[in-house]
Ligand binder design. Sequence first.
Ligand code: IPE
Ligand code: IPE
Ligand code: MG
Length: 244
Amino acid sequence: MKQSSLQVPGFAGIHVALIMDGNGRWAEAHDLPRAAGHRAGVDAVRRVVEAAPRVGIGTLTLFAFSSDNWQRPPRETARLLNLVRSFLLQAARDLASRDVRVTVIGRRDRLPPAVQRAVDLAERATTWGRALHLRLAVDYSAREAILRAAARLAALRAPTREAFGRLLAEVDHDEPPARDVDLLVRTGGEQRLSDFLLWESAYAELIFTDRMWPEFDATDLEAAVREFARRERRFGALSPAAIA
Ligand code: IPE
Ligand code: IPE
Ligand code: MG
């Protein structure tokens, strides 16, 4: 009973979206500066990317930098974007050989030019990856994306969910477009979406964990996927048992 506004062949497996929250609090708890928390967060990213294909994940979307994160002090935003840049440069070298395709969703025009170049490089270097589609959400806001897609809606003769999903993919640079989110996990203890993938998560299963992002590892990811597998998704219909 799988429903998705966009069905994309090529990446077998579920779509997991991760809100990687708690870097700052983890650092504070260890008497470290926030920057150390963000660096430790990158190690956690490497762990989950490595584990994802073997736990049945075909698409992994990571919330790396939200459009609202621009409200943080410039020193912190610069550090975060620099980590995104170095991750992408390394991805261009390492992830291509591991059959991972990397793409970046969100606005690109406000990113520093060095980050924009790293995005291009990583996307081009990994374009043939088929084992995993890794999407990094950078300067991403779901509501802004929905607004920009809505502005293009008038050009459509018959608006449908599928057609709107395609417009959304267009404005987000979501190429190849991903299927809807199956499982959304947020670390760091908060239970909110913070403007992440609002349209695409309409029927996503949600898991909120108290683990801080730098502590998150392959075992946590596997446990989340196992919990997902135990849930019954009904998409508004009745379960077969209720119909009998
Ligand atoms: C998540 O950690 C990283 C980003 C938002 C980029 P935070 O920096 O939000 O960490 P906390 O929530 O302050 O602990
Ligand atoms: C969400 O975390 C954004 C990312 C993980 C990139 P925030 O820390 O920015 O979210 P709020 O402020 O707690 O809602
Ligand atoms: Mg936070």
